[in-house]
Write a protein that binds this ligand. Structure first.
Ligand SMILES: O=C(O)CCC(=O)C(=O)O
Ligand SMILES: [Fe+2]
Length: 277
């Protein structure tokens, strides 16, 4: 917005000057336009819908089998770059991301080391992140149609998180996104936007054994989705950080507000101390 205003002011000043006496204009290099300006909302939203449509069979198969779906270069590179650029512009507004741990029967919230986040709200905030907002809306509409054939999903209800890991050692402890109850999140969809790291890998676990089943490197453009109330996962510690790791997670929601609680055998395998407390 600030850039637009500045551009606008410069233009009108030039016009006024030109009317009086045209000075010999020095050849100024045009400022590099943000990438998102070269990509229209329509093009971007179509790219998101098309990405989901192209992956529909794979997504449905993986979700029906209780697996996660992952695809590199899921979304058009121009879209990913425009989103990454907007994300980096929001960096100063991100706040420390919280996690919880269980100690002596109590849930304790703590700041995750090296992880900060914010939510893409749209509405009055649309101009702060237009391509990110359009992605969230378009992805929710398209993905709810595809994944909703396996378990019902709202076509528009979502919540989301734009997160950056920008410190060596940053990680996410093992968890299930939704432990059940009145949390309506049913499907987790993650798009990695930018980053150059070692570690920081998304890892899935067997439901009833403390065993890693697969890993995904957070390469820009890679997309992952899974049931929020079923998949046990974590993020391994970042061990090399040449460029911060940016991810946008969208959680698609149910309409009926009831999500299954984590089964006892899953708790027993991964968090035995939780059952005892
Ligand atoms: O960034 C990732 O790879 C996963 C993050 C995650 O598990 C979460 O935010 O719940
Ligand atoms: Fe998660």
């Amino acid at each position: 917005l600030a850039l637009k205003r500045r551009g606008g002011l410069t233009k009108s000043k030039k016009k006024k000057k030109l009317k009086k006496a045209p000075p010999p204009a020095p050849v100024a290099r045009a400022p590099r336009a943000p990438l998102s300006w070269s990509l229209s909302p329509e093009e971007h939203m179509a790219a998101v819908s098309n990405a989901v449509a192209s992956a529909a069979d794979g997504i449905q198969t993986a979700l029906a089998d209780g697996n996660f779906f992952a695809k590199e270069s899921f979304l058009d590179e121009r879209s990913v770059q425009a989103m990454a650029e907007e994300a980096r512009r929001l960096d100063p507004t991100l706040v420390p991301s919280q996690s919880t741990r269980y100690e002596a029967g109590n849930t304790i919230a703590y700041d995750k080391e090296g992880v900060r986040s914010t939510q893409i709200l749209g509405g009055n905030d649309y101009d702060k992140a237009p391509r990110l907002t359009e992605y969230v809306v378009s992805l929710t509409a398209a993905l709810s149609g595809v994944a909703g054939q396996v378990r019902p999903l709202s076509p528009s209800r979502q919540t989301n998180k734009l997160a950056v890991c920008d410190a060596i050692g940053a990680s996410y402890p093992k968890h299930i996104d939704n432990g059940g109850g009145d949390d309506p999140r049913l499907l987790t969809a993650i798009l990695y936007l930018s980053g150059d790291v070692d570690g920081g890998r998304f890892r899935s676990y067997q439901a009833t054994e403390d065993v890693v089943t697969a890993e995904v490197a957070p390469a820009p453009g890679t997309f992952v989705c899974f049931w929020s109330d079923r998949l046990v996962h974590d993020v391994s510690a970042v061990t090399r950080l040449d460029e911060a790791r940016w991810a946008l997670t969208v959680w698609l929601c149910t309409d009926d507000d009831v999500v299954e609680a984590t089964p006892d055998e899953v708790l027993a395998a991964h968090w035995p101390h939780l059952r005892d407390s």
